[in-house]
Design a binder for this molecule. Structure first.
Ligand SMILES: O=C(CO)COP(=O)(O)O
Length: 120
């Protein structure tokens, strides 16, 4: 059982919902956390229990970063939108920086998320 953070930017939320639905059985074996909107969407699509943090732009990315720094998160699935400028880009950078710094399993697209989920 691993503790997994789920995050997706707006243009990637559909992709996250589909990925979570396809991988529902595997995800059900883990403890899930999500930024507000992403987590709500995953909950709605899959019926999985997801602990909802604040929405990303309102501090949810930072909450996940703090969990990583405190050793409370084992993997981060973060579907980043590479084509859109985001006003809270500093938060995105901070979260990906901490995932890198703490050697956290970190997937930013479905192909890598599949591999990470298999590894857990
Ligand atoms: O913006 C996000 C991550 O940077 C995601 O936050 P939401 O899931 O609340 O939309």
């Amino acid at each position: 059982m691993a503790r997994i953070g789920l995050v997706a930017h707006d243009d990637k939320k559909q992709q996250m919902a589909e990925w979570a639905s396809v991988n529902r059985a595997a995800l059900a074996r883990h403890v899930l956390y999500g930024t507000g909107t992403t987590g709500g969407r995953v909950r709605q699509e899959t019926g999985l229990e997801v602990t909802l943090l604040k929405s990303g732009p309102l501090g949810g990315d930072q909450q996940l970063g703090a969990m990583i720094a405190e050793g409370l998160l084992d993997a981060l699935i973060f579907f980043i939108d590479p084509l859109t400028a985001l006003p809270h880009d500093v938060d995105v950078k901070a979260l990906t920086r901490l995932a890198t710094l703490y050697n956290t399993l970190f997937a930013c697209n479905p192909a890598t998320a599949d591999a990470v989920l298999k590894a857990l």
